[in-house]
Structures are given as structure tokens and as C-alpha cells.
Design a protein around this ligand. Structure first.
Ligand SMILES: [Fe+2]
Length: 428
């Protein structure tokens, strides 16, 4: 037994790739959920050095559950194996194709609906390029917006990439970026893309000693940049904020005063003393910044003392003022503590909780709109749940309008799905 928690329990890799058509279901799967629920995360089958192993390292493994007209057709898991890429962080579907994706220069891997990796190259443009784990799809235009970094090859710049609704490369805008901050995500509003230049930066020293090469950096002032989406001649407008780091935003939008509002699950400190993962130094809290374009100042407010990660919203509300957000409870304990889903109502300043129950630990809650639904929370939350006692996982489906009432359906899987990172629902 090693001491690295990210190699133990449900962080540990699974050894078997299986395909199971006979799935036990409790409750009733909504008939309008026809498609594929896909999850991605690292599955480090061979670890050279357990001491330096970081949660973010390891070849990606996909886990898929195929639903159709109220039935669970199958569960499969397969390693991502294409395009010389670990592709271990997330999945997207765009312009009729599905990709496993990751940041920091590694390439997206196209996969088919049976989770097989394909050797499709390039992803966009004329040559294979690294991408990001968190592109943002603008629901108004169908365009995919991404902030991409590859500090091994582009030491002082990042690329703002736009891919059009047909999957074709629209533009790449290179931006000076000397901090080499860990640019895990971006956010978009109607007119801007947000550049998140935060206080975790590339560390050559860590890289040299085999560790995950990013570190908390007190010397680096955190700042959020606004880049005009439509005018490349304009420089990034920067707003300094208290030192922080966040992997994930809930959303960003422009308010009626023209200010940019962005909320995220923000850490006061991480990757400082703990070089193996994010959770032990400070818990991430729902925090909101208002960027005042007239004064150039940013105001921040912590909106909840509870600790949350992996936020999701209704995808049609990206760039728009949103009432609801969903996130997975987190904590700053040594052991995983993903014990509940919190649904936030930002308009009424309230929240509702679904508790997974004793011995159960959840994952990112993915919002899927109901067919024909018009309300912002009219739909479902899909979340994997790991049970410590059975050492297996379930897929639960909650009514997003009342998650505290418990699962409408539970699909029991034949093995556990490691905590992993992100997933998505692909309508088929
Ligand atoms: Fe992420």
C-alpha cells in the first residue's frame, strides 16, 4: 500500500475493459434521455513513482452508459488510445463528432459512439494542435471557443481558438502570456472571452523532479482579462483580483450595466505544499467577481461557505445571466468527500441539496435539458456515484427541478468508475 491517496480507493485505476449489456435499473429512466453519457478521467495503470504521482496524470479512460427510450442498453469502459495523447480530462461532442480532450499541448482524440479511439487528424486547421479540456460552446452561434496553452513549445503565449458550428477552424489569435499560469478553462460572454491568469504557474523545478509541473505562486498577481471576441486589434483589458486559483467557472455574462459577472469554485491556495492533488490546502468556494469596465476594478464576494467543485449549468445559458447552477460538494480533507450535489438558485440566493447517502461519493452533476423543456432547470442531473461498500458505481438521474427528492432512476454498473473529472451527455 502506498501513501498517495490518488492511487487508492476510487482514485485507483480500473484494470478491466468490459462491455455489459445487462444492467439492473431501479426506477424509471426518462424516455427523452436517448443518447450516451460519457465520462473521462485518468486511469494510471503504470506509475513510475508513486510519490510524485498527481491526480491529473495517467492515460484517459472513458466510461459510457448508453440510454435509449427509457432503457439502459449497455455500459462500456475503454482506454483512450489515439493521436499519441493522454486525452484524460473531458469529452465533448461538436459538429457530429465526439472527442476526448485535455490541455497543455496534447491532442484531442476522436472517438466513436462505442468508445473506440480513432486516428482522425488534425483536429482543426492544417496541422494537429493541442487544445483545451474546457472549450465553451456559444449557444447563440454554435461556435466553440477555447484558450489553449502548450508551454513546452510556446513559452510566452497562449492561443485563443474558435471553431465554427461545422467543426471548421475559424481563427487562432495568439496572445502574450508570460506568467505561464495553468489555464485550465476560459469563460465567454456575448462580447468577450475571459482570460484567467491566476496564481498557479508553470514550475520548471517540479517538472525536472518528475512532479506535476504547476505550483502555487505568491509572486503572481491573479487577474482576469477581457478579450474582445470580435476585434483582434484590441488588447486584453486586465482586472486584478485577490490571489486565487480556480479550475472551473459556473458561468460568465454581461449585466445590464455592461459589467462582466463571473462566478467560479475558487481556492485560496493549492499546489503549494501538496504536490499530488488539489484538495488538502484550502477548500474551493463559490465566489463571484464583478468586473467594472468603466472603473477597471473588480469586486469579489464569496457566496457560500460550503466547498464545491465541478460546477455545471444549463448549456443554453452560457454567456447569459443564469438563475441555476449545480455543483459537487468538495472539502479539504485527505479522503474524497464528494457527499452531495448542491443546486444553487442565484436569483433567490438559496440552495437545495441532494445527499448521496452514507458510504456514497458522487461526481460532477451534468445537466441535460428535457425534450421540449423551456424552464432553465427543466431537465435532469446525471451523476455517477461510487459506493464504498460494494466497490461499484451507479449512474443516478435526478429531476433538476427537485434534486433533493432523490433519483428518478439508478442504473447499476458492473464495476466502479474512478472519480475522474468530467463528462457529458451526447444525444443520439
Ligand atoms: Fe476541469
Amino acid at each position: 500500500m502506498n501513501n498517495n491517496i490518488y492511487l487508492q480507493g476510487n482514485y485507483a485505476p480500473v484494470r478491466n475493459e468490459i462491455s455489459e449489456p445487462r444492467l439492473k435499473v431501479t426506477g424509471n429512466i426518462p424516455k427523452d434521455l436517448s443518447g450516451l453519457f460519457l465520462r473521462n478521467g485518468p486511469n494510471p495503470l503504470s506509475v513510475l513513482n508513486e510519490e510524485t504521482h498527481h491526480w491529473f496524470m495517467g492515460q484517459g479512460m472513458l466510461h459510457g452508459i448508453r440510454l435509449d427510450s427509457g432503457n439502459a442498453l449497455w455500459y462500456k469502459n475503454k482506454s483512450v488510445d489515439g493521436n499519441q495523447s493522454v486525452a484524460n480530462t473531458s469529452v465533448i461532442s461538436h459538429a457530429g463528432k465526439i472527442y476526448a480532450i485535455v490541455e497543455a499541448g496534447s491532442y484531442p482524440v476522436e472517438i466513436d459512439e462505442e468508445l473506440n479511439s480513432l486516428e482522425t487528424k488534425p483536429f482543426y486547421g492544417n496541422k494537429n494542435e493541442g487544445f483545451t479540456a474546457h472549450p465553451k460552446l456559444d449557444p447563440r452561434t454554435g461556435e466553440l471557443h477555447a484558450m489553449c496553452y502548450d508551454y513546452a513549445n510556446k513559452f510566452d503565449t497562449i492561443d485563443y481558438v474558435v471553431i465554427d458550428k461545422n467543426g471548421s477552424h475559424k481563427k487562432t489569435q495568439t496572445i502574450p502570456f508570460e506568467s505561464r499560469s495553468m489555464l485550465h478553462e476560459c469563460a465567454i460572454t456575448e462580447n468577450y472571452v475571459l482570460v484567467l491568469d491566476l496564481s498557479v504557474t508553470f514550475s520548471l523545478e517540479k517538472l525536472g523532479s518528475g512532479y506535476f509541473p504547476f505550483s502555487w505562486n505568491d509572486e503572481h498577481q491573479s487577474r482576469i482579462g477581457l478579450l474582445d471576441r470580435n476585434d483582434e486589434s484590441k488588447d486584453v483589458k486586465w482586472f486584478e483580483i485577490d490571489r486565487t486559483y480556480f479550475f472551473h467557472t459556473f458561468n460568465a455574462y454581461e449585466d445590464h450595466n455592461g459589467n462582466v459577472v463571473v462566478s467560479a469554485a475558487a481556492y485560496d491556495r493549492l499546489f503549494d505544499k501538496d504536490w499530488n492533488g488539489p484538495f488538502t490546502e484550502s477548500p474551493p468556494n463559490l465566489t463571484r467577481w464583478v468586473l467594472d469596465l468603466k472603473s477597471g476594478n473588480a469586486q469579489s464576494s464569496k457566496l457560500d461557505e460550503r466547498s464545491v467543485e465541478f460546477p455545471r449549468i444549463h448549456p443554453n445559458f452560457i454567456t447569459r445571466s443564469n438563475q441555476f447552477g449545480y455543483a459537487l460538494a468538495s472539502s479539504n480533507t485527505q479522503q474524497p468527500d464528494f457527499k452531495e450535489i448542491i443546486k444553487y438558485d442565484f436569483v433567490n440566493d438559496s440552495s437545495e441539496v441532494y445527499q448521496y447517502g452514507p458510504g456514497n461519493f458522487g461526481a460532477e452533476p451534468v445537466f441535460v435539458a428535457a425534450d421540449g423543456g423551456t424552464g432553465e432547470d427543466e431537465g435532469y442531473l446525471l451523476s455517477l456515484v461510487y459506493n464504498h461498500e460494494t466497490d461499484k458505481s451507479d449512474l443516478i438521474i435526478l429531476n433538476a427541478q427537485e434534486p433533493s427528492s432523490g433519483p428518478m432512476a439508478t442504473v447499476h454498473l458492473p464495476q466502479r468508475v474512478p472519480f475522474g473529472f468530467h463528462g457529458d451527455w451526447i444525444s443520439i
